[in-house]
Every structure is written in structure tokens, then in C-alpha cells.
Write a protein that binds this ligand. Structure first.
Ligand SMILES: [Zn+2]
Length: 512
């Protein structure tokens, strides 16, 4: 039987600025989900990429005296270098200047056109060049784009339009049939209210631009950057190309992971585009929240854009991944401070899990010669019973991409395990040969928790958990083996220190 498949994507990034902590947060969350699904036996395809056909990208390239394509290649190196440093395990990375993408965009456009949903009309209105979006009067703040604080341009030009208004009813029906299409619920409600409020046709071309994909039906226009960008989710699968099997294998996507500021494009325009082209819409969209730093929004003007690589230097990539996903719930906004990060690092990683690992393995070596014979554990074993409960809660949250809650729920068994050692006092049990059975039993339970924890935390901390699972003889354990196969192990190796104390001045962390 073919394994269950899971196709997950992130937003593709504009390359006119380097990746920052906010961008990294999205990729880390998506990566955590991709790894969780792989460990749960799914065949996973994880797509990321760069959005290169943007006027801002072209402008940035020209200002550096570079050809846009050359500039995009350099930036692709920057982005992929950062993602490698954070252990982001994407299977494919798409650039919107690639041949396969251009082909797919033109194919989708042609299909929508053939089906009668594209027409030529006159666009008159306002346009924010930084957003690369048309903007209406009522959305302006004191006459300026609320996002960029810049005056929009008055534009009047012949454009091609996509008949979005004709998809109001089909979208409402689709949303009704798919109550989990947009998560979290608050975003679902926002989007459905926008649809109910009425949809207007959208301009999908720009006249007289060189940097972009020419319309198949009129080469004097290029395809509007949003129409172009959204198509990456199918172009990477070879849509419109020779290998239809690959596309059929992975589409529709199980989840598009995006920031909450671009839900209108992903939850309204994108499914409508696909419906218009006779392609199935994605299964779901997850809109994550934003990170603020010590109460301040990250922004270029505030000068507090954090380079994730600086934080990798301070904490290591694993700890950074853990801290971000633990401190900022994926479905809402969250604030990060250096103190909170340091405290969390010391409490959860150095103390709770790091300590549990090193002292358990050391004691098994000292008291039991490094081996605990595998034997089934059950409801009568209190620590193991707690593990069963924690695992169930963890899985429920992970399936919903509630990473912070998954960690919070699971942590109760790690803390319980540390108290268990204090209560059982193995150093006393070890003095009495008659208590040998009890001693073995307690370490069997502790090992089960440790080995299970290594698997459970791998999506968050892939490197460190590999370092932990190795000495525990559990490298091959998967999510589906838990908890039964976590009990017992032979010939444990010496532990390595997993999370050394951080010796860094908190004032130096999180600086722009
Ligand atoms: Zn703007």
C-alpha cells in the first residue's frame, strides 16, 4: 500500500531584503510539521522558494548596478544558506524566474482565459508600489498606505481582469463544506466575512513592465506579481509540464503555511484562480501570527530586524527553533525578549531535558551496568502512564500545528520524570540487593520517557535529539513506535552534554 502523503508549503519570500527572524519563524514552524509528519510515516513533500518577479526586487537590483536575475541568484544563496543553518528540511526550492514556473503560470492563465474568466478592462485607482497592490481609498490612513506610510500612485491603465466576483458563491459553498480550510478559526471568520461582503474583480496584469512573465494573450503586459507568485505551489510540482504524475501525486496541498497578513490572497484569490482553471483548491491554509521583540514590531525603520544567524550563533539552531516555537504560539502573535529566551533555555533545555538525560544514563551505567532489559510497561507504572497521557495530548496539538501547546502538554512527563528520580531514590535502592527488581523497573520507565522524548522533540530539535537518541540506542524509533517500543534498552553509551549553559550577556542578544 502506498504511504499517506503530505504536501506542505511556506510563503515564498521577496528577495529585496535578507531573511529575518520573522521569516525564519514561519519556515521553522513548517519544518517542524514536515518532520513530525515524516516521523509519523507520511511521505512528505515540503516546498519553499523565492519570489523574484517583483518591482521592488528589480529596483533593488538596479540600485546595486546588478542585472535582476544575477541579483536573485545571489539572494537565493543568502536565503538557502540561512535555511540550511536552521536545518530547514525542504524537499524543493522554487524560484519564480525558473522555466518550470513560467510554464505553469502561462498554462494556468490560458486555462482561466479559455474558461472565460479573464477580460480586458480599464483600471483606474490607487496603487502602492511597495505593497505591489492596488489599494482603495477607504484603506488609506491619512492618505497614505497604512503599511508603508507612503502615498499611493494614481494609476489609469488598460489591464486584464480576473472575474473574482463570479466566485463569491462557489467560495462560500467551498468554505461551508470545509470548515477547517483556514486555521486558526479567527482567520476563517475574517475571510468568510470578506467574501460575504462581496468580491470585486481584480486586475491581474501590468502594462509596459519588462521584469515579469508576459501574458500568453498579450505580450505587452506582464502577469501581476500576486497571480505569478501564488502559482508557485503548483508550478513546483510540474503543473502544465510533461510529468502529470508528479502533480497528481502531490496536489492538492495539505497546508499552505503563511503569515496572517496575506490570507486574502491565499484564501480567496488563490482558490478562485484554481477553480477558474479547473484545478482543485488546496486542502487548508494555516495563517501564523507575528513575532515582536520586547514589545516592538520588527521593522527596518526601527532598526530591530534580527538576523536569525546571529541567534543561531548564540543559542545553536536547535535551541533557537525550540525557543521560538515554545514562546510564540503559532496561531497568534507573540513577544520575544532575551531574558525570556535565556530563562526558557536554562529551565527547559539545560535543566529539565538535559539533566534528565545525563543523570539517567549515568545512573543506569553505574547501578545496572548500562543495560535495562526491555519488558512491557503498562497502566500500573505511574510514570509510563503519564507518558501515555502526554503523548496523546502532544499528538492532538501537533496535528493542529499548535506547537507551543504540544510542547507544554508533553513537558509534564519530563518534569514528572525528574521528580520520579527524587522520590524513588535509586542511590538508596542500589545499596540493597533485594531491591534490584524495583531499581530496574524504575529505570525502564525513565528510559521509556527519555527515548520517547527524543522522538517527540526531534521535529523541534533534530540535531540535539539525534545526539540523545544515539546513546539511548533509539535512532530508529518513529512516532508510530511510541510508547510501546520506547521501553527498555541495552548497552547504553555515555551521554554527551546536550545543552551547555549559555554564557552570553542577555543585552547582546536580540540586537538589530
Ligand atoms: Zn504599501
Amino acid at each position: 500500500m502506498e504511504r499517506k502523503r503530505f504536501y506542505i508549503t511556506t510563503a515564498i519570500d521577496y528577495v529585496n531584503q535578507k531573511p529575518h527572524l520573522g521569516t525564519a519563524y514561519e519556515k521553522i514552524g513548517a519544518d517542524c510539521m514536515a518532520r513530525y509528519k515524516r516521523l509519523s510515516g507520511f511521505d512528505v513533500h515540503f516546498l519553499m522558494g523565492n519570489d523574484e518577479h517583483s518591482t521592488n526586487v528589480e529596483r533593488e537590483a538596479r540600485s546595486r548596478g546588478l542585472d535582476p536575475l544575477e541579483y536573485c541568484r545571489t539572494m537565493s544563496g543568502e536565503f538557502q544558506g540561512a535555511w540550511k543553518a536552521l536545518d530547514i528540511s525542504y524537499d524543493d526550492f522554487i524560484h519564480t524566474t525558473e522555466e518550470r514556473h513560467v510554464l505553469a503560470v502561462r498554462t494556468l492563465f490560458e486555462r482561466i482565459h479559455t474558461n472565460g474568466y479573464i477580460y480586458k478592462g480599464k483600471y483606474e485607482g490607487l496603487y502602492c508600489e511597495s505593497c505591489e497592490e492596488f489599494i482603495v481609498e477607504k484603506d488609506l490612513a491619512d492618505g497614505l498606505c497604512p503599511k508603508h506610510k507612503l502615498p499611493p500612485k494614481q494609476i489609469s491603465e488598460e489591464n486584464y481582469f480576473f472575474a473574482l466576483s463570479r466566485f463569491q458563491q462557489p467560495l462560500l459553498e467551498f468554505f461551508e463544506k470545509n470548515p477547517e480550510f483556514v486555521r486558526p478559526q479567527i482567520r476563517f471568520n475574517e475571510v468568510i466575512n470578506v467574501i460575504k461582503g462581496g468580491l470585486e474583480d481584480v486586475s491581474i496584469s501590468r502594462f509596459g513592465k519588462a521584469w515579469g512573465i508576459p501574458l500568453p494573450i498579450d505580450e505587452t503586459h506582464v502577469i501581476y506579481v500576486w497571480f505569478d507568485a501564488l502559482t508557485n505551489y503548483i508550478s513546483a510540482l510540474g503543473f502544465g509540464g510533461a510529468d502529470a504524475k508528479r502533480f497528481d501525486r502531490w496536489w492538492p496541498a495539505d497546508v499552505h503555511v503563511i503569515g496572517k497578513d496575506i490570507t486574502r490572497f491565499h484564501c480567496i484569490i488563490w482558490p478562485a484562480m484554481l477553480m477558474a482553471g479547473g484545478v482543485a483548491p488546496p486542502r487548508s491554509v494555516f495563517a501564523h501570527g507575528f513575532i515582536s521583540l520586547a514589545g516592538e514590531k520588527m521593522s527596518k525603520t526601527r532598526g530591530n530586524i534580527i538576523d536569525p544567524l546571529r541567534m543561531v550563533e548564540a543559542f545553536g539552531s536547535d535551541a533557537l527553533r525550540y525557543l521560538l516555537l515554545r514562546e510564540v504560539p503559532f496561531d497568534r502573535d507573540g513577544d520575544v525578549t532575551a531574558e525570556v529566551f535565556l530563562n526558557r533555555y536554562n529551565a527547559d533545555l539545560a535543566n529539565d531535558i538535559g539533566n534528565l538525560f545525563s543523570r539517567t544514563v549515568t545512573m543506569i551505567s553505574k547501578y545496572l551496568g548500562g543495560t535495562v532489559e526491555p519488558k512491557p510497561l503498562g497502566a500500573g507504572h505511574e510514570l509510563y502512564a503519564e507518558l501515555v497521557r502526554s503523548l496523546e495530548a502532544y499528538r492532538g496539538h501537533m496535528d493542529r500545528m499548535e506547537f507551543s501547546r504540544a510542547l507544554g502538554a508533553y513537558w509534564s512527563v519530563i518534569q514528572r520524570a525528574n521528580r520520579f528520580i527524587e522520590e524513588k531514590r535509586p542511590w538508596d535502592l542500589a545499596k540493597d540487593p533485594a531491591k534490584r527488581g524495583e531499581l530496574e523497573e524504575m529505570f525502564r520507565e525513565l528510559l521509556a520517557v527519555l527515548r520517547a522524548s527524543g522522538v517527540v522533540l526531534t521535529p523541534f530539535m533534530p540535531r540535539k535529539m539525534a545526539e540523545m537518541l544515539g546513546p539511548l540506542g533509539a535512532e530508529k524509533l518513529t512516532m508510530n513506535d511510541l510508547p510501546e517500543k520506547a521501553a527498555g534498552a541495552s548497552a547504553l553509551a555515555q551521554p554527551v552534554p546536550l545543552f551547555p549553559r549559555i554564557k552570553v550577556d542577555s543585552a547582546d542578544l536580540l540586537k538589530g
